[in-house]
Design a protein around this ligand. Structure first.
Ligand SMILES: O=c1[nH]cnc2c1ncn2[C@@H]1O[C@H](COP(=O)(O)OP(=O)(O)O)[C@@H](O)[C@H]1O
Ligand SMILES: [Ca+2]
Length: 486
């Protein structure tokens, strides 16, 4: 989305279109998005009218730790496409940005030198192109959560919309909470009236003159792939790291041999890492035991320690969930599988629980008959559905009353039948600026990557002398006024 870039820098360019490129470097995969919007000379507003995208071949950039240069080259195919998607005369004026998320946060913990090398290699490749390269950085969990929330609500026109006469109106709508379940982390972000007892979870936003108090938390190691790794590690530990170990979440009839190192290559399994050689293999045998599976999945969370009036888990403060939510990425993939492959509706928490139990009890051969095309991810739906059930109910405390307020959606707009939420008639107010109140810096436009197909660009002001609102928090601020810088 949408592209607060409009208020940046060269506002007096020739009429026509402006372009922007964002690389969303997720833990499992990188995607490139090219945006295009009419450059309105008069008031600097525009409609995002078209974009193209490109899926980078191969895994996420964090997987290239032992060969960082290959992380850079992996991006070339898509960047070459961008050279064709953006008219040649616009290349140098087109901002290009790469934002990496939890996969790179983990690599940065495990091996900071390797993560720097990967980012440097990616940046070196991006710099070879004629575009206006603005940086490659790792987003914090809070940034990832808040930008997911901002983007979702922006797309829904909850902040501001264009009226019949082309005027900007504030629709006074309630905002939607955002839940993202990626490969390496999961984020929950929502507006709340309650006290946020831990300031680290509080972000004050001022969007188009309106103040929002937003709760956000990103749980590292609670993304889908890391959860599956942590489960494997739990099963190995439960059977004292024998050569053959049962896997109660895998279907009966499904076995697989894995290299130990593939389980213990992550900071998320470091605590349980055995001292024995990691270059040996272990064979896991599916036993399709839903109850035992749920028991082990629940052990991934710490529901006991909490120094606040209420915690979600792992001692993390969370106010009561309120309002409607949108749940995307692997939340959507999981619920979509339950609905389309298993043919079961998901309205209440018990639907999710029953579906998980049914999946867990279905043999490998029966699952394969149901969804032969999904073979790669099929063995893990029992564990992942069980995890999503426990995360949303015991973790986030959704109940029969609040769970139906969650829309499981692939993209940002719940009732949109359009092929892509990015092609919405999303419009920007004149000279909208998104500012950081943390370390204000000026004139430096950054973009950022959000859940797949959702992007947000923001403007950071350097050396701003102005008070950026009343909030003392280091949050992100939108301003509809143009701020001057020293
Ligand atoms: O079509 C799908 N069905 C089921 N799972 C998927 C599908 N596409 C991606 N996934 C998995 O969902 C998880 C989250 O994907 P996402 O793209 O949000 O992660 P990332 O942003 O961390 O790379 C990953 O484990 C990924 O492998
Ligand atoms: Ca992501």
């Amino acid at each position: 989305i949408l592209v607060l870039l409009l208020g940046s820098g060269d506002t007096r360019g020739p009429p026509g279109f402006k372009y922007g490129i964002v690389l969303d470097a997720g833990s499992s995969h990188t995607a490139m998005f090219v945006y295009k919007w009419p450059a309105d000379k008069e008031n600097d507003t525009g409609v995002v009218s078209e974009h193209t995208m490109c899926d980078v071949e191969g895994p996420g950039i964090s997987s290239y730790s032992s060969n960082p240069l290959a992380a850079g080259t992996s991006l070339e195919h898509c960047l070459n496409q961008a050279l064709r998607d953006v008219p040649k005369e616009k290349h140098t004026g087109t901002p290009l940005y790469l934002g990496a998320t939890a996969g790179m946060r983990l690599l940065n913990i495990a091996d900071p030198q390797a993560s720097d090398a990967v980012l440097r290699a990616a940046a070196a490749t991006l710099k070879m192109y004629p575009f206006d390269f603005r940086g490659a950085k790792i987003l914090s969990g809070e940034e990832e959560g808040v930008f997911g929330w901002v983007t979702t609500n922006y797309l829904l026109e909850n902040f501001i919309k264009r009226g019949w006469l082309g005027e900007w109106i504030q629709p006074q709508k309630k905002t939607l909470g955002a839940m993202d379940f990626g490969g390496a982390s999961t984020q929950i972000t929502f507006e709340t009236m309650d006290t946020i007892e831990n300031p680290r979870n509080e972000v004050m936003l001022k969007l188009y003159g309106q103040a929002y108090k937003v709760y956000t938390h990103s749980f590292l190691c609670y993304g889908r792939d890391q959860v599956l790794k942590r489960l494997l590690s739990k099963f190995l530990q439960a059977e004292s790291y024998q050569e053959t170990v049962s896997h109660p979440c895998w279907p009966m009839g499904y076995n697989k041999s894995l290299l130990m190192s593939s389980i213990y290559d992550s900071p998320c399994t470091l605590k349980e890492r055995p001292s024995l050689a990691l270059n040996t293999t272990v064979t896991l045998v599916g036993t399709g035991n839903g109850n035992l599976c749920a028991l082990h999945v629940s052990k991934l969370f710490d529901f006991t320690n909490c120094s606040f009036s209420h915690c979600s888990f792992d001692g993390v403060f969370q106010p009561k969930v309120s309002g409607n939510f949108i749940a995307f990425s692997a939340f959507f993939y999981t619920v979509d599988f339950i609905q389309t492959v298993m043919g079961r509706p998901v309205h209440l928490p018990s639907d999710l629980k029953d579906a998980a139990e049914t999946i867990c009890a279905t043999s490998w051969s029966k699952l394969l008959l149901k969804a032969p095309k999904l073979e790669k991810r099929l063995p893990d739906y029992c564990a992942v559905s069980t995890f999503v059930y426990l995360l949303t109910t015991k973790g986030y405390s959704f109940n029969n009353h609040s769970f139906p307020n969650i829309a499981f959606q692939k993209k940002g707009k719940p009732d949109s039948s359009s092929e892509d939420a990015m092609s919405l008639q999303a419009q920007l107010p004149p000279q909208a600026h998104l500012l950081s109140t943390g370390t204000p810096s000026c004139g430096d436009v950054q973009g950022l990557s959000l859940p797949r197909r959702r992007h947000f660009w923001f403007l950071k002001l350097k050396h701003c002398s102005k008070n950026l609102g009343s909030s003392q928090n280091s949050g992100w601020v939108f301003s509809s006024k143009k701020l001057s810088c020293s």
